[in-house]
Design a protein around this ligand. Structure first.
Ligand SMILES: [Zn+2]
Length: 220
């Protein structure tokens, strides 16, 4: 079950087109997976429309009734548009992606197999920072780290834990320099996430600290 969602401010900025493109993409993918946020977005958009109209036409009953009619129409974002399902493939496994991410399945430059039962596929969004699909096999983990910037993660398939919380398919996870975590999964099916970073990771413990001079490698 989805427990973690974008907050109200993030949804409002998303509705107003004020998010960075990478952030907008990952919020949009969460909304594809989350009925609750889909409904919230419809009411945020209705509220924004009401505010915008109220500014233009302060007390006009005819305008109010027209607006009420418009707001009863289904919002574009609530209409399901069937698309041909584009699967993401890795090592014989197939994953169905949320609609907003489907177009990127064919645009990744292959998977790199990293240490710790981790697979990484960079997605070129043409933005600052980086975006990756990351797959953790059962028993896989990312060395303990914190962030110099912010890290947004959407769980696409499976579940993982970071030593503090457990995360399930659809969860939208926002982390920054205040959080130290060690993502790992014990799920039989492993865990696929989509992640957006604006600055390199900073590894904090054990041998992984030796990686810090090279953490740009995780960031290329
Ligand atoms: Zn949600």
């Amino acid at each position: 079950m989805i427990k973690l969602h974008p907050n109200s401010q993030q949804l409002s900025e998303f509705a107003q087109g004020q998010c960075d493109p990478g952030v907008a993409l990952i919020i949009s993918a969460h909304i594809d997976m989350c009925r609750c946020c889909k409904q919230k977005l419809v009411s945020v958009e209705a509220e924004l429309a009401r505010e915008a109209m109220a500014e233009k036409a302060p007390a006009d009953p005819a305008f109010d009734s027209m607006l009420a009619n418009i707001l009863q129409m289904p919002a574009a974002s609530a209409i399901e548009v069937p698309v041909q399902s584009q699967k993401l493939e890795l090592d014989g496994k197939e994953f169905t992606l949320p609609r907003s991410l489907q177009r990127y399945a064919s645009k990744i430059n292959g998977w790199s197999h990293m240490a710790g039962k981790l697979w990484q596929a960079k997605v070129d969004l043409g933005i600052d920072g980086r975006a990756d699909f990351i797959y953790m096999e059962k028993g896989g983990s990312v060395p303990e780290h914190t962030h110099r910037g912010s890290e947004l993660t959407l769980v696409l398939d499976g579940e993982f834990s970071d030593g503090v919380h457990d995360y399930d398919t659809g969860d939208f996870i926002a982390r920054d320099g205040q959080h130290i975590h060690t993502p790992h999964t014990d799920a039989d099916e492993g865990c696929l996430v989509f992640s957006i970073l604006d600055k390199p990771l900073h590894f904090t413990s054990g041998l992984a600290r030796l990686l810090n001079p090279f953490s740009q490698l995780f960031f290329k």
